[in-house]
Design a protein around this ligand. Structure first.
Ligand code: 5GP
Ligand code: MG
Length: 181
């Protein structure tokens, strides 16, 4: 089955943005960079549910260092395409972060409000270090100035789906990334 088949049910209102090949090549580069930078550490990777689950899975498989994984689930979008700006913690981090080297794994940075929220929350746990990884970041969209330490791709300021990213909880299983028109 082609990568396009599942998107057919939204009446062709999509446009390919990043292919599985492009995504995997970039993840290999990011994993190499992170493995080099954390060679002598054992970082805790905190995946931000639900969107980051596929990216995080592919990324950790290519890390050549010891690491631990945990997850946080936050909500800000609900079923809307635009962020409501209000962030709730739906599932909190379980492990102790004090003194640890923490890497937050995000799918996409749009307004930057989520990463800002996570930065404040995790900093209050007094980690030894805190850095952010995101597969995608939207150009000209940020409400808060935030520099991602390990970024996969800058993308246009459009709503994207696939590779973990949803539209009303669906289309996360598309293996590539599409712009939803
Ligand atoms: P921010 O707080 O930076 O505005 O948005 C962060 C979260 O909103 C992301 O982690 C992601 O879950 C969701 N989000 C932002 N832009 C998009 C998008 O284009 N498509 C999808 N599916 N989710 C998005
Ligand atoms: Mg996210």
């Amino acid at each position: 089955m082609s990568e396009f088949a599942y998107a057919d049910f939204i009446n062709g209102q999509y446009e390919p943005l990043l292919s599985t090949d492009q995504i995997q090549k970039r993840i290999t580069e990011l994993a190499q960079e992170i493995s080099d930078d954390y060679e002598n550490n054992c970082p805790v990777l905190i995946g931000v549910l639900n969107g980051a689950f596929i990216f995080m899975g592919d990324l950790v498989k290519q890390l050549t260092i010891n690491c631990e994984v945990d997850f946080i689930k936050i909500s800000s979008y609900g079923k809307a395409k635009k962020s409501s700006g209000k962030i709730d913690v739906l599932k909190d981090i379980d492990c102790h972060l004090e003194g640890r080297d923490v890497l937050v794994i995000e799918d996409i940075v749009d307004s930057g409000l989520s990463v800002k929220f996570l930065e404040q929350k995790i900093k209050s746990c007094e980690p030894n270090s805190l850095k952010f990884v995101s597969l995608l970041q939207k150009k000209d969209s940020a409400q808060v100035d935030f520099e991602i330490d390990y970024l996969g791709f800058w993308i246009p300021n459009e709503f994207v789906v696939g590779y973990g990213l949803d539209f009303a909880q669906k289309l996360r299983n598309l293996p590539a990334i599409y712009i939803l028109k």
